[in-house]
Write a protein that binds this ligand. Structure first.
Ligand SMILES: [Ca+2]
Ligand SMILES: [Ca+2]
Ligand SMILES: [Ca+2]
Length: 133
């Protein structure tokens, strides 16, 4: 689809007002994909289930660990290092889910145990999304 400049501008102005900005729509779709109880938010259990599936998808050789190469674009070298207490250079699922849990808590400042669309668009929320999507 090609939009003229002014049409694109009008869209950019109108969509947020309708609560339908592209970022919002994207986050809503993301929540819907991982929200089996359909309450419009992600709780830790839902996030962990999604993260666990993502871990399995990232681990095609099924050796139960993810190395730096497999985690490229998902976690920075620094994040991997701090998530790797046994220092073997890989993350097993327990270590991976520990990162997920700490990012979940960081993304949930109101501490209600669920992440809504706004919380998922925070810095910690975005980092968390990389680990589950
Ligand atoms: Ca939910
Ligand atoms: Ca490790
Ligand atoms: Ca919350």
């Amino acid at each position: 689809m090609t939009l003229t400049r002014s049409a694109a501008l009008a869209l950019a102005l109108l969509l947020p007002a309708a609560g339908l900005s592209p970022a919002f729509a994207q986050t809503s779709a993301l929540i819907a994909a991982f929200d089996p109880d359909k309450d419009g938010t992600l709780d830790l259990k839902e996030v962990q289930a999604a993260a666990s599936a993502k871990f399995d998808a990232l681990d095609p050789d099924k050796d139960g660990t993810l190395d730096k190469r497999e985690l490229k674009g998902i976690l920075t070298a620094r994040q991997i290092k701090s998530a790797d207490p046994d220092n073997d250079g890989t993350l097993d699922k327990t270590e991976y889910l520990a990162v997920v849990e700490s990012l979940f808590k960081a993304a949930d400042p109101d501490n209600d145990g669920t992440l809504d669309a706004k919380e998922l668009r925070s810095k910690a929320g975005k980092a968390l999304v990389k680990l589950i999507k």
